[in-house]
Design a binder for this molecule. Structure first.
Ligand code: KIV
Ligand code: ZN
Length: 525
């Protein structure tokens, strides 16, 4: 029996990046997009270009450089957004514009309260329908690949939902997205919503139905699969399930469910290269600074680990006793090259490419120097170390301040003191300070040297690898004028990692302020 293809639409760079406290630079997004292309997703939603100049730049860069997947940009149902979006996408081999509007009564009342949209719910719905149709028609000037999202479909009035879907398909939408924006649906309900749309929207055969589910009740993947079972032919999601609040449907889970349970999903297949899942997951976790829980399905550290006596015994006798998927299917290699100080540039580049990173010559040099410094301290450098080095060295944020030197003195019965040397564009500044502890002293000295004193909102440190020479990764969140910025730093010395993270956050803050104060939290949908 010939199978129908499920289009995999990745929104890690758009909905995924909306996850609290995460912000990627255009260069980091490009690296992720390259890896998504290797994974063979069908569509990459690269961003929401009208939301900020940085998003515009990321979408532009990805459009220019990525071959393979369709590149998509999100807009509100506003002509100006669509204009900006098409400019960002102009260089793409193939592009899609994803426009839409809130359709549930809750969204309508909340977002379109002004009488200019109408006084009654019926009048407001008529306005929204017109805005949706106008947006699709406006988009049609630039592309015939038009996706329309009916935001909060999961809680929308059915009659209005059918009506607006019919109208936007008539206007030219080729994909209709039925988001369960708030993760409110239950699989049976969401599945029947898709079935009912197919039964009640007269022109539905002219469009592909897309499912876009959030995980507030932990049902995003189950809801997406229920949608597929009921006729949806596009699934939207993110790697590792990152995204707003509890996140989006995890693409690796949706795809591996379809793949592993082909007996149940016999009518469909995806074109995904599942062997790229593991490295894609690691890359996203590292660049977003959102570690994958050990017990996470498919890509968690323990997903293929057997530990209890009975399980190990059964597994060793016959794998299938306790394993429904082979680790190789998701790219968990059994063999690996050991990286040490003697590995050399070639070996390092090879390993980085295996991990999905394509670096320029200068970036490679920077990474190699840092790699040697780490390899000198540790016998073996692990992938986690490399990923941490990459995220520390390769970023687009302008280095207004660079930490050149730091010395911290502390101990029982002494007052912790720190001195730092910071390089700016035109000078080198030094400062010394005391504090409640070594990190506090270092932060005080950095504030002194940079002249920046944002509020420290939170600070955390974790070991990226195990062993006493493990790399520590510090994450700090700072705020100024109601805007927050997250910085990360790594080192085998946790005080140095903490200082690097603080300087990184300050650089991000200064860079955003210099770009004309666009909001750190991007334009709301
Ligand atoms: O969750 C949602 O409704 C969305 C839309 C903007 C597609 O992300
Ligand atoms: Zn969403």
């Amino acid at each position: 029996m010939s199978k129908e293809k499920i289009i995999i639409f990745d929104t890690t760079l758009r909905d995924g990046e909306q996850a609290a406290g995460t912000r990627l630079g255009a260069r980091e997004k490009l690296e992720i997009a390259r890896q998504l292309a290797r994974l063979k997703v069908d569509v990459i939603e690269a961003g929401f270009p009208a939301s900020s100049p940085e998003d515009f730049e990321a979408v532009r860069l990805i459009s220019q450089q990525i071959e393979g997947p369709v590149v998509c940009g999100l807009t509100r149902a506003i002509a100006e957004d669509i204009e900006i979006c098409q400019k960002a996408l102009a260089k793409a081999r193939r592009f899609r514009i994803h426009t839409g509007i809130g359709v549930s009564e809750i969204h309508i009342v909340g977002k379109f309260a002004d009488d200019k949209y109408g006084k009654t719910m019926g009048e407001k719905q008529a306005t929204i329908l017109k805005m949706a149709v106008d947006a699709v028609k406006h988009t049609a000037q630039y592309t015939s690949d038009i996706e329309f999202y009916a935001e909060d479909s999961g809680r929308a009035d059915r009659g209005f939902l059918y009506e607006i879907l019919e109208a936007v398909i008539d206007a030219g939408a080729t994909t209709v997205n039925i988001p369960d924006t708030t993760g409110y649906s239950i699989p049976e309900q969401y599945g029947s919503l898709i079935r009912d749309i197919r039964a009640n929207v007269p022109n539905i055969e002219k469009a592909t139905i897309s499912v876009h589910c959030h995980d507030d009740l932990g049902m995003a993947v189950a809801n997406s699969l229920a949608g597929v079972k009921n006729g949806a032919r596009q699934v939207e999601g993110t790697i590792n399930g990152v995204g707003e609040r509890a996140g989006n449907a995890a693409i690796e889970e949706v795809v591996m469910a379809i793949h592993t349970r082909r007996d149940f999903f016999e009518e469909v297949e995806t074109g995904i290269n599942t062997r790229e899942f593991y490295r894609t997951s690691r890359m996203i976790a590292d660049l977003l600074g959102m570690p994958v829980p050990a017990n996470k399905a498919i890509v968690g550290r323990n997903a293929f680990a057997h530990s209890s006596g009975i399980h190990v015994d059964g597994f060793l006798k016959k794998r299938e006793t306790y394993e429904i998927m082979r680790p190789e299917t998701i790219g968990l290699a059994e063999s690996r090259v050991v990286l040490t100080a003697r590995t050399g540039r070639h070996g390092l580049r090879h390993r980085l490419e295996e991990m999905g990173y394509t670096l320029s010559k200068e970036e490679m040099e920077k990474t190699y120097e840092r790699f040697l410094a780490v390899a000198d301290k540790k016998k073996e450098v692990f992938d986690e170390d490399l990923a941490a080095i990459i995220s520390d060295e390769i970023h687009l944020i302008e280095q207004t301040y660079e930490l050149l030197y730091m010395h911290v003195a502390c101990g029982t019965g002494t007052l912790p003191t720190a001195s730092v040397k910071i390089k700016t564009k035109d000078e080198t500044r030094q400062a010394a300070a005391c504090g409640d502890g070594p990190v506090d002293a270092a932060y005080e000295a950095i504030r002194e040297a940079t002249g920046q004193s944002p509020k420290l909102e939170s600070y955390s440190i974790r070991a990226v690898t195990s062993g006493k020479e493990a790399l520590g990764e510090a994450t700090v969140r700072i705020s100024e004028n109601a805007r927050t910025f997250v910085g990360r730093g790594i080192s085998t010395d946790i005080i140095e990692a903490s200082a690097r993270a603080y300087v990184d956050a300050i650089n991000r803050m200064v860079s955003a302020q210099e770009k004309g104060g666009q909001p750190e939290t991007k334009a709301e949908l």
